[in-house]
Design a protein. Structure first.
Length: 426
């Protein structure tokens, strides 16, 4: 059994009027792309595990009589009602993961969306607007380095040329990977007509932090997403023999890299921000060889753009000084960037009102900021978007230890059902 399984906790909504309850969906999905050694998930874009997740999504849609649509960018949409009627209420999230990611980041939103639809059907809700559950492709950017590729393409924040240039560690381009997975890469591009049909997109997501654990609430509403980005630092030195090259004769890029990692922590601390070098590649990567090239990827995030700029500029400045001191050449490339997102207040406040109704669970609903990026953030410039967060008692995410208690998953499904009912059913 995958780690962090919510155990059965009866609730009308989860008994499931649909073909499979929350727990059954969770179990089915939980076996896909999970590494037996680490217990983490390795569901990368356009791989076999991604295909299996897509098959699972299709089965859930078909089993509920929803019309499955694959858009020009490979995102999956499961429709109830006629999307051309417009003003659709859309929910869902992503199914891909970071390397050795947890079970909840992404899948909790998709499973909860199908379960919330089942709950609304169980309530006899009458839909007056089209409703869709969406699975956005390649949200984590684990394979090609850019976050939220599916939603960025749809929103026109990523050009076709830029997308076609995305390349994985093995030199496979995004078009080649899509083609190998049976998708036509020549169809990708902005999808304004599709987004124009959406009146509201509400994404439920496990919280990636401990705010709800500290407030004691099972569910919260997103207020804003910090600006954040990814920068690649290429330190080029001189390959040489680890055993015979005098220290004074070395141009060792690993030293510059190591000093830059420490500088990143210092700069982030000073600015009240975060900075992480979590990924590195070394050439030739031999124990007895001084590297010729050390590539480090920086992820940095801050509450506002000025602070983020200060941190990244400070890190780059320090890195250049270290590189110069060691006779190392440095290139810095920004690979991914998402500006600050302030979720639309009208939709946010409507959701807070809907969740505060006296006849629903007496949820006090805190409004939270987050440093985590989401498809809802990418779409927020094109579509009224909102997010619900489900409590994560440890706050741990992007790790096999990621967890949410089943009571909180139930509260999340009920809250999402309340919101969807308030937005799509009159
Ligand atoms: O990196 C993020 O914030 C998200 O998990 N893609
Ligand atoms: Mn994530
Ligand atoms: Mn996510």
């Amino acid at each position: 059994m995958p780690a962090a399984q919510p155990r059965p906790q009866a609730s009308d909504g989860l008994k499931g009027t649909g073909p499979s309850s929350f727990l059954e969906m969770w179990r089915q999905l939980g076996s896909i792309g999970r590494h037996p050694g680490s217990g983490g998930y390795r569901r990368f874009a356009w791989t076999g595990a991604d295909a299996d997740c897509r098959d699972w999504f299709r089965e859930q849609a078909e089993a509920r009589g929803l019309v499955l649509e694959l858009d020009r960018n490979g995102n999956q949409w499961a429709w109830l009602g006629d999307p051309s009627a417009g003003d659709a209420v859309v929910t869902g999230s992503h199914l891909d993961s970071v390397p050795d990611g947890g079970a909840f980041d992404g899948p909790l939103g998709v499973v909860s969306s199908f379960a919330a639809l089942d709950e609304l059907r169980g309530r006899g809700a009458r839909f007056t607007k089209p409703l869709a559950v969406v699975n956005f492709g390649d949200e984590e950017g684990a394979r090609f380095g850019l976050a939220c590729v599916g939603s960025r393409l749809a929103a026109g924040h990523l050009t076709v040329e830029q997308a076609h240039r995305l390349t994985d560690a093995g030199g496979i381009t995004l078009p080649q990977a899509m083609e190998a997975a049976g998708y036509d890469p020549d169809t990708i591009g902005p999808d304004p007509e599709r987004l124009a049909r959406i009146g509201a997109f509400v994404e439920l997501h496990v919280e990636q932090g401990r705010a709800l654990d500290l407030t004691g609430d099972p569910v919260g509403v997103a207020g804003a997403i910090w600006p954040h980005g990814r920068w690649r630092f290429d330190f080029r030195g001189e390959a040489n023999h680890a055993g015979t090259t005098r220290l004074a004769d070395r141009r060792d890029p690993m030293l510059s890299y190591a000093e830059t990692v420490l500088a990143a922590r210092r700069e982030a601390q000073l600015a009240g921000a975060v900075a992480t070098f979590g990924k590195i590649s070394v050439e030739p990567n031999g124990v007895n060889a001084i590297p010729s090239l050390v590539r480090g990827w920086l992820d940095s995030r801050a509450a506002d753009q000025a602070a983020l700029d200060t941190v990244v500029h400070g890190i780059e400045k320090a890195a250049r000084e270290y590189a110069d001191a060691h006779g190392v050449h440095l290139d810095v490339v920004r690979e991914s960037f998402t500006p600050v997102v302030e979720f639309e207040h009208a939709l946010r406040d409507e959701i807070v009102r809907l969740l505060g109704k006296e006849d629903s669970a007496d949820l006090r609903v805190p409004v939270l900021g987050t440093g985590a990026g989401h498809d809802a953030g990418i779409l927020s410039a094109s579509v009224p978007t909102a997010m619900l967060f489900v409590r994560n008692p440890t706050g741990v995410s992007h790790s096999p230890a990621e967890h949410a208690a089943e009571d909180d998953c139930v509260a999340g499904v009920t809250a999402l059902a309340d919101v969807l009912e308030g937005l799509a059913c009159k």
